[in-house]
Design a protein around this ligand. Structure first.
Ligand SMILES: [Zn+2]
Length: 322
């Protein structure tokens, strides 16, 4: 079982032997067929996207073509094995399926559309065949393999979820469900954060929030989060549990004169989703008009976190410039 998993996992590693083999096979199929599939060269089906009174919506276009045109085209180009040894599990199998590797069909289609539109920006239209050809040619970069049904299922339901999704925006991150999620990796860099690098992986989402709060100037820790209090009132204590945490005072208003001093704040216990909202707010929400000290956001350092969601999916959160 482990051998099968690591073999399938290597389909996501462009340097692995299995990936290269799949890439060679895909290229061969493209070369053999490109000349004879007329859909890729035919003229007379222009798609107008600019200089028109009617708006062109990329997503609608992609939605329309993905289940009809692109499915058929993929089937025409990339044949599945009939019966034989599966390269995933190494066993004799009777049913094979086409499986995408590092990029799936909707993303490949989007890339093909973006590139054909960029190329014809001035004319505001392109030939449908040029888009289809671009879509097929991209499979040289994002190849397709033929594996057995069981391997395909493992690939899509398990292994693909281990691979972090591409860059997610603040808006997208806010929509995820963090219930039962846990941090699996962290890197915080920036002068002043206990030296240059911080890599101690927090045990829970609530611990992660506490680490994030350490990277917020004291002045804003006092005011920007409802779950942080210098001293919770009896009423607040009645509705929530508060845990005392040690902080180092910094960038505080002069009246406090706390720079470098040990300070205590209480943090209230909340659900994973509420805690993550505060984490994301601290990392991403624009707070300062002027870059002072050096970020617009409450959290003042460069951070990359990997979280494993309850679904098994891994999400990467970073404020590094992309
Ligand atoms: Zn298999």
């Amino acid at each position: 079982m482990e051998a099968r998993y690591s073999k399938l996992r290597s389909l996501f590693d462009e340097k692995s032997e299995f990936f290269r083999e799949v890439q060679r096979e895909t290229e061969e199929q493209i070369e053999q067929k490109s000349r004879c599939v007329s859909k890729l060269t035919r003229k007379g089906f222009p798609v107008v996207f600019g200089n028109s009174s009617k708006p062109f919506v990329s997503d609608t276009f992609l939605d329309t073509v993905k289940n009809s045109v692109l499915t058929n085209l993929t089937r025409d180009f990339f044949k599945t094995k009939k019966e034989g040894y599966c390269p995933g599990c190494g066993e004799w199998c009777k049913r094979f399926e086409r499986a995408h590797t590092i990029k799936e069909r909707p993303d490949i289609a989007k890339e093909a559309l973006d590139s054909v539109m960029a190329k014809h920006q001035e004319e505001g239209s392109f030939e449908m065949s040029e888009f289809l050809n671009g879509f097929i040619q991209l499979h040289r970069k994002y190849p397709i393999t033929s594996i057995c049904t069981a391997c395909h299922l493992i690939l899509d339901k398990k292994i693909r979820k281990e691979i972090p999704r591409g860059h997610l925006t603040y808006e997208e991150l806010r929509k995820l469900d963090y219930k039962g999620a846990r941090p699996i990796d962290i890197l915080i860099e920036g002068v002043g954060f206990d030296g240059d690098k911080y890599t101690d992986v927090p045990k829970s989402i609530s611990d992660l929030r506490c680490v994030i709060f350490q990277g917020v100037a004291t002045e804003y820790l006092r005011t920007a989060f409802t779950s942080v209090k210098v001293s919770p009132t009896p009423k607040q204590r009645a509705i929530s549990t508060w845990t005392r945490h040690e902080f180092t005072g910094w960038y505080d208003k002069e009246e406090y004169d706390n720079d470098g001093a040990v300070l205590y704040f209480f943090i209230s216990g909340t659900s994973d989703n509420v805690s993550m909202k505060e984490v994301l707010k601290a990392i991403f929400e624009d707070r300062f008009k002027y870059r002072y000290p050096y970020r617009h956001t409450l959290f003042q350092f460069e951070i990359t976190i990997k979280l494993k969601l309850a679904s098994g999916e891994i999400v990467e959160i970073t404020n590094k410039m992309q």
